[in-house]
Design a binder for this molecule. Sequence first.
Ligand SMILES: [Cu+2]
Length: 262
Amino acid sequence: MNSIFVSVLAASALFVAGCGGSKAPETAKEESAAPAATAPPIDEANAATITGKVAFTGDKPTMRAIDMSANPICARAHAGSPQHSEEVVVNGNGTLKNVFVWIKTGVPDRQWPVPSTPVEIAQKGCTYGPHVIGVMAGQDIKIVNDDPTNHNIHPMPKVNQEWNESQPPNGDPKLKKFAREEVMIPVKCNVHPWMRAYIGVVNHPFFAITGDDGTFTIKGLPPGKYTIEAWHEKYGTQDVDITVGAKESKTQDFDSAQMKTS
Ligand SMILES: [Cu+2]
């Protein structure tokens, strides 16, 4: 009995060794061939930078106060200081916030590394924060519900997969991603009609969003000829052709008065 067992073991050990032995070179060959199939590494030393600001021109609009009285939990979160729509946010220095600036054309077609860190969007006080986010295609978006109430997050893409899912109070964060480039995807909440956010999904890492100072920086760009676009949810887009040389730092400003809605 024992000797049979031992010989079976020995036979299978031989079999495994035989298989491994014949397969090993093949696997090694595949692994070494893989890097050659992808593009050469990015030449960081020659990368260019584009910085700029988005000016706001015209009369500063007054944003409507959001009436959250339909949901006491939401209303209570802002007792005494009602939230205002973030459709247009003009900064103190006369610039425009929440503008998505990205390289629209000209970026070399290659597999740009997707960051492993998710970009977070929170539902807090029944508003989305931040109002505009950007991710790479395939990068995780972490959706958090900080409110003691239900939300139902509903992105409305045109080229990606549409979905909507509810998220209970203190529910686990949701990790979601979009497979294809799309600028921009509007997001609403099926429970609270005033909630609105936008997600920019890009195939490469060359995008930025203006914040409280209205500026943006896009760095690490290979030298080349590009179209850079500024997108704003109300004023539309402004496209500019720009050429950057190796190690060049260029300034490219935008202006809300030059933006066009399609
Ligand atoms: Cu909601």
